[in-house]
Design a protein around this ligand. Structure first.
Ligand code: ATP
Ligand code: MG
Length: 234
């Protein structure tokens, strides 16, 4: 579904992503792991079209999308939950959810989609007319995921969704990812929590200094403590 080949990205003159290749099949959860500063966020941002200085190839369902602007990727079914959440101040939960809609959606569909994501996230339903930034950190993360779901993405890129969230909410979130997978959403998940990521993923890529240094099934990596300690110690 998503095929990334020899991807490079730069911030100014700093060469942050150095020839990354990875693939995610339809229906899979694939995790991208690695130490702080390895280049995981930059890889996701480049796949989404948010890094201007880049080279290589990103194909979504066979179509080359590297040169497309971010909103075009979004329209082709790619969703993104950024590391920094980006809940818009001054807007309610409902208004933040609306920002996730594709521009083509009609009002009736908007109500149906809001109803659907708030069934998944009852906490958001209770707070639907409250300002988004007044939610707790964990609730804001739920809102960021719910907002990404509003465009009904076929493929979702998630950047450290569990960061800073209490364990009971993290359990809920990972249960949700399993449900989303069962509903046919393909996911590329960046996650520091190696144990949880491997428990849910089909396969994993490990990144270090801008390159993919290891790639295996999640089952094999769970048993490979040496690789985990070498590249994933936080
Ligand atoms: N906007 C930016 N401008 C310049 N350099 C940046 C920028 N964002 C990230 N970098 C640098 O690029 C490198 C990779 O950063 P990136 O955020 O992709 O890493 P990461 O693997 O997501 O790390 P973390 O686990 O801490 O989130 C780091 O050295 C970082 O300092
Ligand atoms: Mg990051």
């Amino acid at each position: 579904m998503l095929v990334v080949e020899n991807l490079h990205a730069w911030y100014e003159r700093s060469h942050v992503v150095q020839g990354v290749s990875l693939a995610v099949q339809a229906g899979e959860i694939v995790t991208l792991m690695g130490r702080n500063g390895a280049g995981k966020t930059t890889t996701l941002r480049t796949i989404m079209g948010l890094v201007t200085k880049r080279a290589g190839s990103v194909r979504l369902n066979g179509e080359e999308i590297l040169a497309l602007p971010a909103h075009q990727r979004f329209r082709r079914g790619l969703g993104y939950v950024p590391e920094e959440r980006r809940i818009v101040p001054g807007l309610t939960v409902r208004e933040n959810l609306r920002l996730g809609l594709l521009a083509s959606k009609r009002r009736s569909e908007e109500d149906r989609l809001i109803e659907r994501v708030t069934v998944t996230f009852p906490r958001l339903k209770e707070r639907i007319d409250q300002e988004g930034t007044s939610l707790s950190g964990g609730e804001q993360q739920m809102l960021a995921i719910a907002r990404a779901m509003m465009s009904e993405p076929r493929m979702l890129l998630l950047d450290e969704p569990s960061e800073g969230i209490m364990p009971v909410l993290v359990d809920e979130m990972f249960a949700l990812f399993r449900d989303m997978k069962a509903a046919g959403v393909t996911m590329l998940l960046v996650e520091q929590n190696v144990e949880r990521a491997l428990a849910i993923a089909d396969r994993a890529y490990i990144m270090d200094h801008g390159e993919i240094v290891h790639h295996d099934t999640a089952a094999n990596l769970i048993a490979n403590k040496e690789i985990q300690e070498r590249y994933c110690a936080v």
